[in-house]
Design a protein around this ligand. Structure first.
Ligand code: NDP
Length: 310
């Protein structure tokens, strides 16, 4: 079994740096502020957004949770975003995905001012990131790079294989790994002989959205595995497939009626040199990086230099 990469502990470290930075800005009359817009009724999204707002409060950032009805139109959302772009007390704008089906997500993401785009989804930030310019990197991808760096795991020269090519996770992760001088292979649902590629990975990123998809036979012994997946399982059969004999999880499963499994089968971690657990690995870093991006946005918008630590 590889070393567990404790994402929660590293996220706590980043959060304490954010808290210190918020305290440094306070005497200048600056309080970084995040607006979070939650338009969908999806319960998982509501949990994510509320934990982002709670973290803002814990770290001393201001937050504004905006809850449009799920019947909201694209035009109404655009007007709302226009208002947030103009607000002096808001440094970061987060549009929680997924959006209701009648809303054109792409138009909204492009309407967010790039200087308040702390999720890093605006094409201007995507382009800046790709061309090696200062940008807000998407939080999950940035979190994984921080995790590797702070765990002193080398990236340069390593073969990183990213399974998944979404705009939110897979692509930006590949770009950031490339910027750190990894040799990067990106895989997706049309990739032929996926196993032959994953077996070459020194760093294997799983961002697929399918429970336990990466199995032990797909992992090179000693590889670093970053498991992004968050999949809820609710049947006994599924639970036993992944966690048979795991007493701690068994108890939680009985109590809650469900469990979370990543995109990597837990047995594959036996092959790893180091790996992120699910939960407690990549997830907490996503929120920590959102906070870091918001503090950076607050500084940059006022022409102050980027904080040293974040
Ligand atoms: P998407 O559904 O947008 O993307 C999934 C990717 O996986 C696609 O590129 C798809 O390929 C690829 N894929 C699907 N099936 C296969 C297959 N059989 N073989 C190879 N590749 C395949 O998901 P996201 O990127 O948004 O999220 C991925 C996972 O990460 C989810 O479990 C999500 O919940 C989780 N997540 C976790 C976060 C965190 O903070 N920890 C943050 C964001 C997401 P193709 O492009 O060809 O369809």
């Amino acid at each position: 079994m590889g070393t567990i990469l404790d994402g929660a502990a590293i996220a706590a470290q980043i959060q304490s740096e954010v808290r210190a930075e918020v305290a440094r800005l306070a005497p200048h009359g600056i309080r970084p502020g995040l607006a979070a817009v939650l338009a969908s009724q999806d319960p998982a999204s509501a949990i994510y957004v509320r934990s982002k707002v709670r973290t803002c409060e814990e770290l001393g950032l201001a937050s504004d949770l905006i809850l449009p009805p799920d019947t909201v139109t694209t035009e109404e959302m655009l007007a709302l975003i226009g208002g947030l772009n103009a607000r002096e007390d808001i440094d970061g704008i987060l549009i929680q995905l997924p959006l209701p089906p009648q809303v054109q997500a792409r138009r909204l993401l492009e309407a967010v001012s790039p200087e308040k785009d702390v999720d890093g989804f605006h094409p201007v930030n995507v382009g800046r990131l790709q061309t090696g310019q200062a940008a807000f990197p998407p939080c999950t991808a940035a979190g994984m790079i921080e995790l590797l760096k702070r765990s002193k795991l080398p990236i340069a020269g390593r073969h990183a294989v990213v399974v998944g090519r979404s705009d939110i996770v897979g692509k930006p992760t590949a770009i950031l790994l490339l910027a750190e001088n990894a040799t990067v292979t990106i895989c997706h649902s049309k990739t032929r002989d996926l196993r032959a590629l994953t077996l070459q990975a020194d760093i294997l990123v799983a961002a697929i959205g399918r429970p336990g998809f990466i199995t032990a036979d797909m992992v090179k012994p000693g590889a670093v595995i970053l498991d992004v997946g968050i999949n809820r399982i609710a049947t006994r059969e599924e639970f036993d497939k992944y966690f048979a004999g795991d007493q701690r999880r068994e108890e939680l499963f009985r109590r809650r009626g469900s469990a979370i499994v990543g995109d990597v089968h837990p047995a594959a971690f036996l092959q790893a040199g180091a790996y992120t657990p699910v939960p407690g690995g990549v997830g907490p870093l996503t929120i920590a990086m959102l906070m870091a991006n918001t503090v950076r946005a607050a500084r940059l918008r006022r022409g102050l230099p980027r904080p040293e630590c974040l």
